[in-house]
Design a protein around this ligand. Structure first.
Ligand code: UDP
Length: 192
């Protein structure tokens, strides 16, 4: 794999256009993929947490979400073409799911935020089959994992903050052959 190591986190070295092309292919063949979008803050926290660091580096795509990552890569002599944000990736996956008429599951954020995000998807992306959504303040993982396993979404968007969302995805991604991504606070923006 062509990756660039920034303080222990190994970032993919491609443009956003190339990345989107890979995602389209993954969706077409129903591949099981895990995307992480570390910003500088996450790179620093992964340095202090070996388990988190391993989860990130074992993901299928590690995307530079922040200009600090791009600047760091350049100053280390191993430049990465461009910043790719988690939010833009969330939007691309939603657009692609709509275009391809795929199944989507939303997990995380406050109840009113995820409700509003679900409404927005139903209104603005009518070809998406929204198979379920749940807020991010649950005690028992198993109800959610059961639902994902039954519905078999093609895209699972997880907003539990880091490292919670990455730990969750790493643990449960085998429950559906989907593109899984931790999207942090993106629903708070998307729903507004
Ligand atoms: N969140 C959640 N469950 C939790 C903790 C956080 O659903 O147990 C949600 C929170 O509502 C927010 C999102 O996770 O929508 C990420 O929040 P934050 O901006 O702190 O994360 P970051 O984007 O910095 O990773």
């Amino acid at each position: 794999k062509n990756r660039v190591n920034i303080l222990g986190t190994e970032f993919d070295n491609f443009t956003e256009k190339q990345f989107h092309h890979y995602l389209d292919d993954d969706l077409d063949i129903k591949a099981n993929k895990f995307i992480v979008t570390p910003n500088p803050e996450i790179v620093l926290s992964a340095r202090k947490d070996n388990n988190f660091s391993q989860i990130i580096n074992n993901a299928d795509y590690v995307i530079p979400d922040g200009i600090g990552i791009i600047k760091g890569a350049k100053s280390l002599g191993t430049p990465i073409p461009e910043r790719i944000t988690g939010f833009d990736t969330l939007k691309y996956l939603i657009e692609a799911a709509n275009r391809k008429q795929l199944k989507v599951y939303l997990l995380g954020a406050k109840p009113e935020v995820i409700q509003a995000s679900a409404e927005k998807i139903k209104n603005d992306y009518p070809q998406i089959d929204l198979v379920g959504f749940h807020d991010g303040y649950f005690k028992d993982d198993s109800i959610i994992v059961q639902e994902i396993s039954e519905k078999q979404p093609n895209v699972v968007l997880v907003a539990l903050g880091s490292p919670k969302q990455e730990i969750f995805i790493n643990k449960y991604r085998k429950s559906a052959d989907a593109i899984w991504i931790g999207v942090g606070g993106s629903f708070d923006v998307f729903s507004g």
